[in-house]
Design a protein around this ligand. Structure first.
Ligand code: AMP
Length: 506
């Protein structure tokens, strides 16, 4: 099954219902959206001569066109390559070359940034909203191309916190499963319910477009093009039953904002993609009430490994409530999740090991990268590279990426645990803990802190909560932590800077 049929059906079943919004405006109803996608699909096949399986890149800021473009690409039996619009032209050039995209749709300005880096394989670079794009939208509509569930639908380039991004091959089956999983385990959708796309549609937020199309919801893009809490609250007030996916840093900005928000207008605020510290989750819960959910996933198992549902986050009277707030929840209903030793043998609750996932939602492998595929997909299991442990109730707590674990004097130290403690200090706004190579201990713990706090106070806090050997040996105060375009903290860069400091002498 081709996931594009959801829009074709919505065009008939929900024809006069709003499909896509920008700001507070309805841009397209379902009849118009379905028609637009079918015409553009006709242009991709007939005018541009693309063949099933060909890749079409989308390099765009969030916009109503994103929804049409993705559906037109699938409708024509092609694979979408959504790339992060905040990347540098050279990085985009890499993705275009690596994916072998024949056509790229780019927002105004981004096309200019790509031009000097466009690979030979790219036949057309089309400005979204430009003349050529307009002409393509006038083509004759075609029927949805039939395709197998194994056909490539989305080349999901990982955010690349280390090395070059890899393209996780998401099939129509993966997208279907991710969509069902969202509706079943995170956030049921009814016709007319909205989703606000403030986080990049090239990544997690984009994966929630389909559930809202299949079920007649409204995909809404903020008008400002940036993340402004005041605008977001206005959109919650305007649209019916709206949800939003956001990185923890965005949730934090909403919580800290002085703008008015009536929480009862919010259906669900879903966070994921990076750790949310317990202190921040508590503040969010105070501000938004029982409307917060968490997901844990990665491009390779798109947004779908575990989820901490609204009911668990809000259940203050449960004896393990606070503990659960620090977890990433339970396995989604469509996957097996285990914590395993280095041989892939399941470990009992309480023991930490690598998190492995199995299910139809998984990527088919990495595009043109058999070595990376063999290293991460073994016997049907995805080796996530994340370390965690289950409790007796099946709640998974993420420790850290395996490469971020600090080994000091032979003991494993999980930075997250130390970070959670340091964040309890009122003066610490953000913190990242890394290991610094050390002749005596192998590595020592170093905390990079944004905020103001006396090291002695931080030491005392650590000594009151965690084992002495986990306490940072050095606190480095900085203005901001290095982050990638999705707001993930770049520990690799922090370690490099730290090495520079060590060499330069302090
Ligand atoms: P990406 O594929 O770029 O979305 O990155 C996925 C990685 O982000 C995962 O492997 C985790 O390390 C991290 N991640 C995703 N969701 C969460 C979460 N809810 N809490 C903590 N880390 C997360």
């Amino acid at each position: 099954m081709n996931v594009a049929v959801w829009l074709e059906r919505a065009g008939k079943g929900f024809g006069d219902r709003p499909a896509v919004g920008e700001g507070t405006r309805v841009v397209l109803d379902y009849a118009a959206l379905a028609q637009r996608a079918a015409r553009l699909a006709g242009a991709l096949c007939n005018d541009l001569g693309l063949k099933p399986g060909d890749r079409v890149a989308v390099v765009a800021k969030n916009s109503p066109d994103y929804v049409t473009l993705l559906h037109a690409i699938w409708h024509a039996g092609l694979a979408a390559v959504p790339a992060n619009a905040k990347l540098h032209g050279a990085e985009l050039g890499y993705i275009l070359e690596h994916s072998g995209a024949r056509v790229c749709f780019a927002s105004a300005g981004l096309d200019d940034a790509i031009s000097p880096h466009a690979p030979k394989s790219l036949e057309r670079l089309i400005r979204i909203g430009g003349k050529d794009h307009g002409a393509l939208l006038k083509a004759d509509a075609v029927a949805v191309t039939q395709c197998d569930a194994d056909a490539l639908a989305w080349l999901f380039y990982t955010s690349g916190t280390t090395g070059k991004p890899k393209g996780a091959m998401l099939t129509h089956r993966s997208l279907k499963e991710a969509t069902y999983a969202y509706a079943a385990d995170v956030d049921p959708v009814a016709p007319g319910d909205a989703i606000l796309h403030a986080a990049p549609m090239s990544h997690g937020s984009g994966l929630y477009i389909m559930a809202h199309v299949a079920l007649g919801g409204v995909n809404v893009v903020p008008e400002s093009g940036s993340f402004e809490p005041e605008e977001i609250f206005g959109l919650f007030h305007h649209w019916n039953n709206a949800s939003m996916f956001a990185a923890p840093t965005m949730i934090k900005r909403l919580v800290d904002s002085d703008a008015d928000c009536d929480p009862s207008r919010v259906r669900t605020l879903i966070w994921g993609g990076a750790p949310m510290y317990v202190e921040d989750a508590l503040k969010a819960l105070d501000r938004f009430g029982p409307r917060l959910a968490q997901i844990y996933g990665q491009g390779e198992s798109p947004m779908t490994i575990t989820t901490l549902p609204k009911a668990d986050i809000a259940r203050r009277d449960h004896p393990r409530w606070r503990e659960r707030l620090g977890s990433v929840g339970r396995a989604y209903s469509c996957v097996d999740v285990i914590v395993a030793d280095s041989e892939g043998r399941p470990l009992p609750p309480g023991e930490a090991g690598e998190i492995l996932v199995r299910g139809d939602v998984l990527m088919a492998g990495y595009w043109n990268n058999p070595d990376a595929t063999a290293a991460s997909l073994k016997d049907g299991w995805l080796w996530t590279g994340d370390v965690g442990s289950f409790d007796d109730d099946g709640y998974l707590t993420l420790k850290d990426r395996s490469k971020d674990v600090i080994i000091s004097g032979g003991s494993n130290i999980y930075p997250r645990e130390v970070e959670e403690v340091l964040l309890e200090h009122g003066g610490v706004r953000e913190v990242s803990v890394i290991g610094r190579p050390d002749g005596e201990w192998g590595e020592v713990v170093v905390a990079y802190v944004v905020g103001e706090a006396a090291p002695g106070e931080l030491d005392a806090l650590c000594l009151s909560k965690i084992a002495r050997f986990k306490r940072p040996k050095d606190y480095v105060f900085i203005d901001a932590l290095p982050k990638n375009n999705y707001g993930k903290i770049l520990k690799t860069e922090l370690r490099q800077r730290d090495a520079g400091r060590a060499e330069g002498g302090r």
